[in-house]
Design a protein around this ligand. Sequence first.
Ligand code: CTP
Length: 411
Amino acid sequence: MDDASVARRVVLGVAGGIAAYKAAEVLRGLTEAGCDVTVVPTRSSLAFVGLATWQALSGKPVATDVWTNAHLVPHVRLGQEAACIVVAPATADLVARAATGLADDLLTNVLLTARCPVILAPAMHTEMWEHPATRHNVAVLRERGLLVLDPAVGRLTGADSGPGRLPEPGAIVAAVLDVLRRRGGALTRDLSGRRIVISAGGTREPWDPVRFLGNASSGRQGVELARTAITRGAEVTLVAAHMDLDPPAGCRVVTVGTAEDLRVAMHAECAAADVVVMAAAVADFRPSVVGSSKIKRSAVADEVSLPLAQNPDVLHELVEARRGSSSPFIVGFAAETGDATGDVLHHARAKLARKGCDLLVVNDVGEGRAFGRPDNEVVILGRDGSRVDVPRADKADIADAVWDAVVRDLV
Ligand code: CTP
């Protein structure tokens, strides 16, 4: 096996919950991303998805106990050789066994021998997730450096709904890939315990019930900021305007439409935040008058003019709301183009002074250079005059560079 596949060896643990069927999609996603996946289901999970499914989908033998193929010492080898272990779903029982260090089946043995990053994607009923025993176990595991993703909020097994749902398989795959992307393999937990609020996507300003003014933001940079912050241990709330992609696994999502919705949500969420990042493309203008019914083509002249009103500058308001205190730490983004009056950095420095935030991540958006692309190139300017140039890289790497700058300055 070459070095690249060793670096992508993943153990997928599957515990006994109804969401076990979704692990098949996680397996498929990891395999398609080039990972070499060994599935380790618990015995009770086989009541939901059988061994044959895991063997066929992974193309490998699959066992639940330490006695199968004992001559290969799988309970030690799998944990030692993995580049990442992900358990999806992680039930309340699995979380409890992992927290207490029990080793009564192959999966818990693998968890004890692992020296690589471990991700648990819990799925259980809300009552079980909120039970003090589970809260304690999750806290113990996080303290130990495991990445325990918060479950999603939504429909559970029956008609009930609440926190406890397994995050979407694609988001779990993305969390694993984010861990594998980090060279050296170790999880950096330098945002552990930090409450971070990130706005992402583009606001939409209605003109009538079917039309709006929007913008080209895909939300990708904000999503990568959220995902990488979660990987680095933060508790993340994503204030999501219109986005072309799903939010990452493990964050709280507050959905907003207009700049005014976003403004209200950001003020509410930021009160208890340690760090705020305004990655959203907030519309500067909105139609002055919003039609209550669809504006008919026949009702307007050949040339239509649309009066616009200015929206508030949310970033500036959040800075003002700190009233001179240094908390929360506030990061702004600047979409800039050079013009006859100055280059991109000239405009960005003026914007940093105007907005008053702690860091400004400057994007040159001329000629489709940033919007919707998987990569970007930014300059991070600090209020103290600092400047970090981040060369063209994947937006996940850009996000990590932003967090590096935040960690450097955060008191
Ligand atoms: N922003 C905001 N509220 C607005 C507009 C922008 O909070 N109404 C935030 C953005 O989220 C970003 C920063 O301000 O973090 C800079 O956004 P940008 O579009 O570059 O600047 P503008 O303030 O809109 O200034 P201009 O369009 O004149 O360059």
